[in-house]
Write a protein that binds this ligand. Structure first.
Ligand code: G3H
Length: 233
């Protein structure tokens, strides 16, 4: 079973996907990059309008891998009331130093999710570091959305290894990256905790276009029934 994360860029989109009972509403601005962020004030406003109990994540943006920058942006986003803050781990930079800086927010009780980018060939050894620092989860996504969907970029064996290592480390495990309806049957046997979608929910599979309700419904129907409580805590 895998749950469904849907990325949205406004209150109107959040309320729309909420009607389809997606399991995690992910607040981001796709026009600003792979993990483009919404302003913290906007995120706070959206959270305040969603029914209580809705699981919400938000990204901090495509930021440079600088410990102080990531830590400040993470704390700002965590204070909006979202359940999870997603932090992109881009190539270069001192990842251990960044993880160490972010552990402060994790140790304050904020649920942090690291996003690795499959097309940058991340070292999965970082998963153990993330768990030790108190992260709640890790995702494997893609940075360059023109390269195709995640299963076209990463072998099934590598995806299985990622899921295995994440779960062994006690982390919530998510897969994303230009995923479409046709990718789901291949990914479900991997038993990631959730699959994430943006482009696949939009008209013409264009992640900056408007949401297409027929695509949301079709993808939701293929995934497990929501058991939101299992993702909390
Ligand atoms: O967190 C998931 C991402 O928003 C996925 O975006 P994408 O489906 O356009 O690659």
């Amino acid at each position: 079973m895998s749950y469904m994360l849907a990325s949205v860029n406004s209150l109107a989109e959040a309320l729309l996907v909420e009607q389809f009972e997606v399991d995690i509403i992910d607040l981001k601005q796709p026009a600003r990059g792979a993990l483009g962020a919404l302003a913290a004030a906007t995120v706070k406003q959206i959270v305040s309008h969603l029914p209580s109990g809705t699981l919400v994540s938000a990204t901090i943006g495509d930021l440079p891998m600088l410990p102080a920058v990531l830590a400040a942006a993470t704390l700002e986003m965590a204070q909006t009331g979202v359940d999870y803050v997603k932090i992109g781990f881009f190539p270069d930079g001192d990842w251990p130093a960044c993880i160490n800086a972010l552990s402060v927010a994790a140790n304050q009780g904020h649920q942090l999710v690291a996003v690795l980018f499959a097309d940058t060939r991340p070292d999965f050894g970082v998963i153990a570091l993330l768990a030790a620092a108190g992260f709640r989860g890790v995702m494997l996504d893609t940075m360059d959305k023109q390269l195709g969907s995640l299963p076209q970029i990463v072998s099934a064996a590598e995806l299985a290894e990622f899921v295995y290592l994440s779960k062994q480390a006690g982390l919530l495990c998510g897969l994303a990256g230009s995923l479409k309806l046709a990718d789901i049957s291949e990914l479900l046997p991997l038993q990631a905790d959730y699959l994430g979608f943006r482009g696949g929910l939009c008209h013409q599979s264009c992640r900056t276009a408007e949401l297409d309700t027929s695509r949301i419904a079709a993808i939701k129907a293929l995934l497990a029934e929501p058991v939101r409580s299992e993702l909390c805590g």
